[in-house]
Design a protein around this ligand. Structure first.
Ligand code: SF4
Length: 295
């Protein structure tokens, strides 16, 4: 069997899915809902965003719960996590924090890396744009990952990272060619100013963005023929992003929230279900319905 492709009407079908999507329902369920109230200025938006994106593992309610516990540990002032004067208190309060396999000592180390970074830089947009201009989006992500991993040191002795820390920030340039979902999601939040994102970085064109390929987006992208790959690798990210860019070259990842939450919400059952799939706007393009009709 050849590679599945969507119909020629797919742009219209996707637009209909986007237009009819209950954004407000899914916004409340998304980690970005926890970030918005914390993003009072560029620094707090960057800090709240990167900690929230780092915790974006597992289901959405457990992610929002983890962000809430982290915010409570800072008495509602998450930007304290990068305050050099609060370093000892940060390390003490995060001791014992756990979300899935992410530990408090790792989050405290992230706070330390960011604190050192902000001594010499105004924004995480700087290394990202540096990489973007040097070699494209994946190089931008790689530069960002290096800062977060603490690879770039402002000065002084090399620090000892907590066990497993570097794995929190994989790069698409690494040997596994990671999809780097959480960093890609973070960049989407920071760059897009349209709902539901934060729009705090102004030097990155939205047309350059790549789709954060989580399991829900991967499933629907594969079944709509936006990629022929079942594995979540950087090449799949590029294929899906390119397919969406052909539909909207200016803002290709505006569809990401809809594709993702169609899966999270259960709007898409991920199997043939006449009652649910019947009214689905993209059913004519869906691999599960290839060669089948509803009546
Ligand atoms: S047709 Fe059904 S399985 Fe296919 S994308 Fe739509 S809801 Fe999901």
């Amino acid at each position: 069997m050849g590679v599945h492709r969507p119909t020629g009407q797919f742009p219209r079908h996707l637009e209909a899915l986007y237009a009819g999507f209950p954004f407000d329902r899914s916004f409340d369920d998304d980690p970005i809902a926890s970030v918005h109230p914390l993003a009072r200025d560029l620094r707090s938006a960057e800090v709240a965003g990167i900690f929230a994106a780092t915790l974006a593992i597992g289901n959405t309610s457990s992610i929002r719960g983890a962000i809430g516990r982290l915010v409570a540990a800072t008495d509602g002032e998450i930007v304290r996590l990068v305050d050099p004067g609060w370093a000892l208190e940060r390390d003490r309060r995060l001791r014992g924090f756990r979300h899935r396999w992410i530990r408090g000592d790792q989050l405290a180390f992230l706070g330390r890396c960011l604190s050192e970074f902000y001594e010499a830089h105004a924004s995480l947009e700087e290394p990202f744009v540096e990489g973007l201009n040097a070699g494209g989006f994946e190089v931008g992500l790689d530069r960002l990952a290096r800062v977060l991993r603490g690879d770039r040191r402002v000065g002084g002795p090399r620090r000892r990272r907590p066990a497993g820390y570097a794995r929190l920030f994989p790069s698409p340039l690494g040997p596994a060619r990671s999809a780097a979902k959480r960093l890609t999601l973070y960049v989407r939040w920071m760059v897009r100013s349209r709902y539901p994102d934060l729009g705090r970085w102004h030097r990155v064109p939205t047309g350059e963005l790549r789709v954060p390929l989580d399991q829900h987006v991967q499933w629907i992208a594969y079944h709509l023929g936006l990629t022929g790959r079942r594995s979540r690798t950087w090449r799949a990210v590029e294929e899906v992003s390119e397919a969406l860019r052909r539909i909207d070259p200016i803002d290709p990842v505006r569809y990401d929230f809809v594709l993702c939450h169609t899966g999270i919400s259960g709007d898409c059952p991920k199997h043939r279900d006449l009652a649910v799939c019947g009214p689905c706007s993209v059913r004519p393009d869906c691999l599960l319905w290839k060669g089948r009709s509803v009546g």
